[in-house]
Design a protein around this ligand. Structure first.
Ligand SMILES: O=P(O)(O)OC[C@H]1O[C@H](O)[C@H](O)[C@@H](O)[C@@H]1O
Length: 531
């Protein structure tokens, strides 16, 4: 039986072999057992640490983290964290391979037989990042812990680590239970699709869908969602969990990943392709003709669906969305586009903030494929995004059983798209003398400031009147945006234009301003300009 006073924590990972992280925050373990926090810059508050029951341990009881450090190298992250939590007298529900959104969901699910809701959830993953950047994502029923919370955990853990260095072996009083949570979570997704098709048992019968889980955690979507709904599925090469991700980087923002799913759709003559990142908080789709439904197009598609349900609502997006998307949402769909900052947490928190000020918003979405809906607790869930598309398909098929992904493609008709779309990432050399010992952020900010002043003197270029980060400029029939990366010493440059020539003019304007900064590596931009 589970202890009465103890909390229950759900724990899962993204890969059966080795695990990969995401970006709410991650913890890296130094060789000496010390810890450092590399939290996502710009992530905003979701909850406060005192709401986290499992952290309401008295002084000295946070030795669970100490135990994690001690056994880390021997047992791996999952065993270490389980060991630490049970030593602190709390119970662990182990879910095995699971998606990040499911971990949050387990703090909401009412299912006493399976010991849910959990008091907190911990996901071990590197998300779309390389396999050697594993870490933990923490959730309570209020959402994901943010960087302030993680910093607090780390500071407290490091104190406890020092204090308890001599306290010897801890007794394991918590209980570990294995729960097939992904079946519980997936059955809700299945019910949602059935509901939109008038409670038809197999509303996707006759549809052929390829799923590319990038060899991460998304394989459940085939067996536990699509097959029960009657779809014929393909994509087995992408479904077997393999932490080394042998096919491609599991990230719908990645070109090779999108090419892989597109090719699979065409080769299999499928009706639809669905792609997830490693831990299923990002997703994208491909229609039967091989047209990618990702980035601006996926936001346009989701906006069309959500605005049908909530006319006039505000769609909050990240900062690198296109001007065409704004026109589509505002002129075609009658909604409002609020272009905010990069970072899915920023976008979600902004949508929540808007609602609290009386401005109705039901969708927060990033070009990265992260999307969150008010109706789904503002959880950024790639599987739920795809379920919204399936709902649309299933509903349409009750009227016309032969209809396929055209229903979705038609919804983005009228979205103006630039002929040239590029993202060029310019690195800052943090050790360069030109930084004069300052941080790369300060250096990046001074580049942006200089760019702004150069632009103000150019009659062909106009700075966007309303902008929440970086420098966004329109001109030559297109636009560019230069900003600081959320995590890395990098200035990502996005350019969209109707021709390569116009894109080059925009790129040259950036280069002219950037060339004064010798610690900025402009090789990638030069390469683009010389192509
Ligand atoms: O700023 P960048 O380096 O482009 O990274 C931006 C991305 O960072 C993380 O991966 C977040 O999860 C994303 O929401 C965000 O889009």
């Amino acid at each position: 039986m589970h202890s009465v006073q103890g909390c229950r924590l759900s724990l899962a990972d993204t890969s059966a072999k080795w695990l990969n992280t995401t970006s709410t925050a991650w913890i890296s373990f130094g060789k000496q057992g010390n810890i450092s926090c590399n939290a996502t810059q710009g992530a905003s508050d979701v909850l406060s640490i005192d709401k986290v029951d499992f952290l309401k341990l008295q002084n000295g009881r946070l030795f669970c983290f100490t135990v994690i450090f001690v056994v880390l190298l021997l047992l791996g992250l999952k065993n270490a964290i389980t060991h630490g939590i049970t030593a602190a007298g709390h119970d662990v529900l182990q879910f095995g391979l699971a998606s990040t959104p499911a971990m949050f969901n387990s703090t909401l699910t009412e299912d006493a037989i399976n010991h849910c809701p959990a008091d907190g959830g911990i996901m071990i993953t590197a998300s779309h990042l390389p396999y050697n950047r594993n870490g933990f994502k923490f959730f309570t029923s209020d959402g994901g812990l943010n960087k302030t919370d993680i910093k607090d955990i780390l500071e407290r853990a490091s104190k406890v680590y020092e204090e308890s260095a001599h306290c010897g072996k801890q007794e394991q009083t918590g209980v570990v239970t294995h729960v097939d949570y992904m079946s519980i979570y997936a059955s809700d997704l299945v019910q949602a699709v059935r509901k939109s098709a008038g409670n038809k048992e197999k509303p996707l019968e006759g549809l052929h869908i390829v799923v590319d889980a990038g060899n991460g955690a998304g394989g459940f979507f085939v067996d536990k969602v699509l097959k029960p709904l009657g779809a014929v599925t393909d994509g087995s090469q992408f479904l077997e969990p393999d932490g080394l991700f042998p096919n491609h980087i599991p990230n719908p923002e990645d070109k090779a990943a999108m090419e892989a799913i597109t090719q699979a759709v065409l080769n299999n003559k499928a009706d639809l392709g669905i792609i997830f990142d490693t831990d299923v908080d990002r997703s994208a789709a491909v229609d039967s003709s091989g047209r990618e439904l990702n980035r601006n197009r996926l936001i346009a598609l989701m906006s069309a669906i959500v605005l049908e349900e909530h006319p006039g609502t505000t769609v909050v997006t990240d900062s690198v969305t296109s001007d065409g998307l704004t026109a589509f949402i505002e002129k075609k769909l009658g909604g409002k586009h609020h272009r905010f900052k990069r970072g899915y947490k920023n976008v979600i928190d902004e949508a929540i903030r808007l609602n609290s000020t009386g401005e109705e918003s039901h969708l927060a979405m990033e070009t990265s494929g992260h999307g969150a809906l008010k109706e789904n607790h503002w959880l950024d869930d790639g599987a739920y995004t795809m379920v919204k598309l399936l709902n649309k398909l299933a509903g349409a098929r009750t009227l016309n059983p032969n209809i396929g992904s055209k229903v979705l493609t038609d919804l983005v008709e009228g979205l103006e798209e630039a002929a040239v779309t590029v993202e060029i990432r310019l690195k800052i050399d943090q050790n360069h003398a030109d930084l004069k010992g300052g941080s790369f952020r300060d250096y990046g900010e001074s580049i942006l400031k200089h760019l702004e002043s150069v632009i103000s003197k150019d009659p062909n270029l106009n700075k966007a009147p309303k902008n929440h980060e970086g420098v966004r400029v329109s001109g030559y029939g297109g636009w560019f945006m230069l900003r600081l990366s959320l995590h890395d010493p990098v200035l990502p440059l996005n350019i969209e234009a109707q021709s390569k020539n116009d894109a080059m003019k925009l790129g040259l304007a950036v280069l002219a301003a950037a060339s004064e900064f010798s610690a900025l590596d402009t090789t990638a931009l030069n390469k683009f300009l010389q192509q």
